[in-house]
Structures are given as C-alpha cells and as structure tokens.
Design a protein. Structure first.
Lengths: 206, 128
C-alpha cells in the first residue's frame, strides 16, 4: 500500500483529503459496501459515503475493501465483498484444496478464517466475486455451505493499539445485531457476517 | 512467541465485545483473529504475543479458554497477499509434508497464522 504514496507531498495531500472526508462521516474514513447504497434505510449513509468518495482519492476507498486498485473502466459497484462458508474433511490437504481451486481460477482470497471442529473443517473466505468463487469451489468438488454479503472495514486507528475489537463489537452488540463470523482480511481489514448488515453498519458509523 | 488461544463464548450479542474489552483493558493487542459460530456457541481464535497476560485477563473476565497453541506466523509480501494462489501454495506445502492444519487465519499487517499438528515440520516445509 505504501508504494502508492509516491511522494511526501502526495501523502500530505491524501491525509488532508481523507481528514476532510472523515469529518463528513464523523469517523475515520469508512466504507459502505455497494449494495447497501440501494437500500432505502441506507440512503443517508450512502449520501455521506458518496460525499466521502467525492473528496477522497478513489483508489484509496476502492483499495480499502477490495485489496487492489481497479483496472481502468472497472466500476466499484460490481464488487461485492462476499463471505463463503466452506466445509471440508479435517485432514491434510483440505485447506490446500480450497486454496488451489480458487488460485487456479484466478480468484484472490481477501480474508480467511478456518478451524477444525471435530471431524470437519469450517472455513470462511472473503472474496470479491462470490459467484465465481462458488463455481470454482464446486467445480473442484468442494461444498459451499453459505454465501453472505460481508461487512468489510479498515481497522480504525493503529492496529497495534489494544481495545479496537472490543469497541467495534460493543457497538454492534448494543444495536442488537448478532455476528455469525468475524475475521481479518489482508491490508488490515476486518470482516463481519451479521444477521443485519444495515443495522451493524449504522452502529459502526458506516 | 505468538500464541493462538481458543475461546468458547455463548452465541449471543455482546460476548465477543466482552472478550475484546477484557483483552483491551489489560493492554493485550489482538494480533490476529478468527471467530465463527457453530451449534449454539461462538468459537474464537485470537493470536496474542503474551499468552500469560492474555489468559489472566480472560480468566478474570470469566471467559473460558479452551486451548493454547504455538502458532506458525507467516509474513506475506504485498504480492503474496494480493495474488491468487498463495493459500494453495502455503497449505499445499504443509499438506505435502503430511501435516494437518487445524486452524488458519489472517493477522494484521498481512500475516497468515497456522496451528498445525507439527509446527516444527510445518516451519521447515515453509522454510521459515
């Protein structure tokens, strides 16, 4: 990511613009997944996010929840961070099967959370294109148990400062929202799968 | 040394926050994190640098620690983190050495965390 900060001046400019954007959202720069923009209850949030996008450099916002800079002509709206729940036999090679199936299909794994539970392994994956990832996994004979829209956010502040998880999880809990999976993604991003993403986003100030 | 702690929580709103606050209040940073629900409970893996301090904080907060394991932590380059195929390559190397991965997740600063049936062999297979 730091490679994009081509010069100190560029960095300063970026900080200034992000600060301006943050003031509008009343929080550190934060991001609304594309789909929520079309939901009526998110209109106000979407408007604020639009304003933030207008002021902030586009590649930063994009990168924050896709992990890469878009190719020219690609629209941000077509990217939907998706959590896939995959179940494998708990044996050597189970995780490799998943990684190879997606890798061979050219799909990057943005976030990962896998654990053995008894005789099976339950793995959550964050991908940009849920349908393509599902097809690649099923094509390799793997079972996709669930597919959900995920909330993805940069971890606010310094990742070395204790207490961030507590704060974020408390805000979501106080809104009465349950989280089915929570994990980390590349580029210091956090991922949550909840039973009410709109409410959770509002609680997180997104 | 980085340690993976397994914590089991009731699957209801506020439990994860309680855990995060217990660690945060004790000044323990969560380096990596992976939580899912299964059969009415929440199962959480946290990567911490100082397991002793973390465990004390959790015990004081009445949080049940199910397990403690040495974790293999792999620093991913920007390229590895952004390029398809990295998980397949990493997990494939470990699998080819006949080692089972019981837990796999990401940590901050683009690190991958593995808990395996034989961490020493896994590190060898990954040349770290």
């Amino acid at each position: 990511m730091s490679g994009k900060l081509r010069s100190a001046r560029h960095a300063e400019e970026m900080v200034a613009r992000l600060t301006e954007a943050a003031a509008l959202t009343e929080h550190a720069p934060i991001f609304v997944p594309g789909r929520s923009a079309s939901k009526p209850e998110s209109i106000e949030l979407a408007t604020r996010a639009e304003e933030a996008r207008r002021l902030a450099p586009a590649h930063d916002l994009t990168e924050s929840w896709t992990g890469r800079t878009p190719a020219k002509g690609e629209g941000r709206g077509q990217w939907m961070p998706t959590d896939l729940g995959v179940t494998v036999e708990d044996r050597p090679g189970g995780l490799a099967d998943i990684g190879e199936a997606l890798g061979n299909a050219g799909i990057n794994i943005e976030g990962l959370c896998g654990m053995g539970l008894g005789d099976r392994g339950v793995i959550h994956l964050l991908v940009e294109d849920g349908a393509a990832a599902r097809a690649a996994l099923e094509g390799a004979g793997l079972t996709v148990e669930s597919e959900s829209e995920a909330i993805v956010s940069e971890i606010p502040g310094d990742v070395n400062t204790p207490g961030t998880l507590g704060k974020m999880a408390r805000a979501v809990a106080e809104a009465g929202v349950n989280m089915r999976a929570v994990y980390l993604a590349t580029n210091n991003r956090a991922v949550a799968v909840t039973d009410d993403n709109a409410k959770a986003l509002a609680a997180l100030g997104m | 040394m980085a340690t993976d702690l397994t914590v089991v929580l009731d699957d209801r709103a506020g439990q994860l926050a309680h855990m995060g606050e217990a660690l945060g209040d004790a000044g323990v940073n969560i380096e990596g994190f992976c939580a899912t629900t299964d059969d009415g409970v929440g199962i959480v893996h946290v990567l911490v640098e100082n397991a002793m301090v973390a465990q004390n904080a959790l015990i004081l907060a009445d949080i049940k620690i199910e397990g403690e394991a040495d974790a293999v932590v792999i620093d991913l380059t920007d390229e590895e983190a952004g390029r398809p195929g990295t998980l397949g390559r990493v997990a494939g190397r470990v699998a080819n050495a006949g080692i089972n991965i019981s837990v796999a997740y990401l940590a901050t600063r683009d690190r991958a965390v593995l808990v395996t049936s034989d961490n020493e062999k896994a590190r060898e297979a990954l040349q770290i």
